[in-house]
Every structure is written in structure tokens, then in C-alpha cells.
Design a protein around this ligand. Sequence first.
Ligand SMILES: [Zn+2]
Length: 163
Amino acid sequence: MKLKILTEGDEKLRVICKPVPKVTAQIKKLAADMIETMYAAKGVGLAAPQVGSDLRIIVFDPRTSRRRKPQVLINPVLSELEGEIRGDEGCLSCPGLWGEVTRYAHVKATGLNEKGEEVEIESEGGVLSVVLQHETDHLDGILFLDRLDPAQQLRVMKEREEL
Ligand SMILES: [Zn+2]
């Protein structure tokens, strides 16, 4: 089922999400719905608060191949954050807005998959590293807009007024 994506200004996007205590059928359904919603919106990642849930769940598919390969990460924890990459980011919750964000290049993400199994994802840079950090930020109520430098924030504010 496709879910409604909340947009910036909705206070549900600013909530610190709670860990998922157990991967139940309900959680699996939510993750599957989030994947459907992400593809329908042509996004590369989606976090639970963007669809109004306060649970620590992210889904993503950095589209490194033509075939769809959606991944679910429940209670994600990032570690081994090293290096630096800088690139344009947007967000399904901030339609029409973009900006350059500095992120860590190397990321290790651990958490549970939709079967409740422990998984480890390592990324050396590129879209996957950015997506993991962008989506995990959502679980702590942080939007990419918060990570822009002051000059870019000013530009985005002006663009938003024009939208
Ligand atoms: Zn986002």
C-alpha cells in the first residue's frame, strides 16, 4: 500500500524515533509499504517518520544497477564514520529543494533486516553512504536542510518563499 509522504513543517518529521522492540508482521508490512512508497515517489531512500511512524526503520535502494534491490534496516546504527564526501541532496519531504551537504565517505551500518536478522552494510562512498546518513538522520528528527551551510540555508529559504 502506498503511503502519504509528510512534508517539511509537519512536526512528525521532528520526532526522535523509538527503537523497534520486535520485528512483527506489522513491522514487515510497514517496511513493504515504505518500499512501495519510495519507488512510487522515485526516491532512493525513505525513513519511517516521513510516512508518520515514530519507529526506527529506513528503506533504501541506491540504484547501482538497473534491477531493483530494496533494503530494509531496522534500528540502524552507524559507525566507522570516516572521510568526507560532498554532493547535492534532496528529500521526498522537501519537494523542490536541494543543497550541497558534507557527509562521511565511509560508513558501516548495522541493524536488523525485515526478517529480524542482524545485518551489516558497509559503504566506501557514493550514493549508499549518503542515503544511509540522510535516512538515519530522519530517525532523529534531522532534515538535510539542517546540515546546509548558512549561505545555502539563506538561498533555500528564498526558494521556499517562491514555491
Ligand atoms: Zn529525506
